[in-house]
Write a protein that binds this ligand. Structure first.
Ligand code: NI
Length: 400
């Protein structure tokens, strides 16, 4: 079986291949649900490796590498979509699509998973299990991961664990970052419409003021995070828009506000949404008004599985040594749809950081910005980790 040294060496030998693909994808970025060129590129590369693959969730790709020996199945995920950003890096392989850029580095994810696939396919006979490749569309939009799950990517064969990661320029190439437990928050958005009774502003007694009611609700919502959960629970409720009225002397009939709820894990998510609804409707009713609550479930967030995280950490240590594995303490209140592949936490999964930094020289700009740049040396390390995690997962057998 491959040693960690061999894996890293073979991944480095594939650096030129991955860099070429990455630059090609970077020059031709596509927004979510429109990744047709990227999809064709992935299908072409997998076909050349002799890996069976098919389109999935519209513009995504599902690939399967069946090992020479029987065993369990692991899913590896890379998102493939770009962002509506006008690139300003001046790089020779900068975006040729005006207003679209791989500003979140999903081109790096795609290229490194293709590199990992090539490495795994070259050792197919030695593999004791099956590797599924999830090239997922539309991460930045409204959830390509869930659409792949809905199309059955977790079955036939059933996926026993999932693994993926995001590029980070705050972490150096040759390093990895890992957060045990809560990693990315689950996201819900809400719209609340408070209905009162409009009237002349001089005679509030003849109406019911929805602005006063909605304002009380917004204040009361602060107690959800400060009084109803523990300080360590990592919950956010934000009201980001509040609209009502047309003139200073008219009490309107309606007020509306919108916002987001961020939580970790399905149980806290359910509880917060329930408390939110109860509080909003209760405060409105207590003041003679009515509130219509519209709660929309967005991404489920990522809560890393303990055993799978430990396995990933060991894989990282084997490849780059203890000093280059950064264990993170704080979860990210941002969101990421990788969690959909963990299927309500019924499938053990781990999502980590792949180092793509260069010591803050060229690569010091934030993701989602027009100057974002990454250190391509990170490609080999990302690919090597995909491979090492697979092999270690197969070796662990039912122990995980
Ligand atoms: Ni991203």
């Amino acid at each position: 079986m491959l040693t960690s040294q061999q894996i890293l060496q073979e991944a480095k030998d594939l650096s030129g291949y991955m860099t070429g693909l990455r630059r090609d994808i970077h020059a031709h970025p596509e927004l979510g649900r429109q990744e047709t060129r990227t999809q064709a590129l992935i299908l072409r590369e997998l076909a050349a490796m002799g890996i069976e693959a098919r389109p999935c969730a519209g513009t995504g790709v599902l690939g399967v590498i069946r090992g020479g020996k029987a065993g369990r199945t692991i899913g590896l995920r890379a998102d493939i979509d770009a962002l509506p950003v006008q690139e300003e890096t001046g790089l020779p392989f900068a975006s040729q699509n005006p207003g679209v850029m791989h500003a979140c580095g999903h081109d790096l994810h795609t290229a490194s998973l293709l590199g990992a696939a090539r490495l795994l396919a070259a050792h197919r006979e030695e593999l004791c299990g099956t590797v599924k490749l999830f090239f997922q569309p539309d991460e930045e939009g409204d959830g390509g991961a869930q659409r792949m799950v809905d199309e059955g990517c977790l079955e036939n064969p059933h996926v026993d664990a999932v693994f993926g990661g995001h590029n980070s320029t705050g972490t150096q190439a040759g390093q990895y970052g890992l957060k045990y437990g809560p990693c990315y928050a689950a996201s819900n958005s809400f719209t609340v419409t408070v209905r009162g009774k409009g009237c002349h502003g001089a005679y509030p007694g003849s109406g019911i003021d929805p602005i006063a009611v909605a304002a009380q609700i917004v204040v009361a919502l602060q107690t959800l995070t400060s009084r109803r959960v523990y300080a360590t629970d990592n919950v956010v409720v934000t009201v980001g828009a509040f609209h009502a009225g047309t003139a200073g002397n008219i009490i309107p009939a309606e007020a509306q506000f919108k916002g987001i709820i961020r939580t970790f894990g399905p149980e806290m998510r359910r509880r917060m949404c329930e408390m939110f609804r109860t509080l909003v409707e209760g405060v409105a009713a207590s003041m003679g008004a009515e509130a219509e609550v519209c709660l929309v479930e967005s991404y489920p967030g990522v809560v890393n599985h303990e055993g799978m995280s430990a396995l990933a950490e060991q894989a990282m240590v084997k490849l780059v040594g203890r000093d280059n594995v950064l264990i993170q303490r704080e979860p990210n209140m941002g969101t990421e749809d990788f969690g959909a592949f963990m299927n309500q936490l019924t499938i053990p999964g781990c999502y980590c950081d792949f180092g793509f930094g260069d010591g803050q020289r060229e690569c010091r700009f934030p993701a989602h910005g027009c100057h974002y740049r990454a250190n391509e040396e990170g490609l080999a390390y990302a690919a090597a980790l995909f491979v090492q995690v697979c092999l270690d997962f197969f070796e662990a057998g039912d122990a995980l």
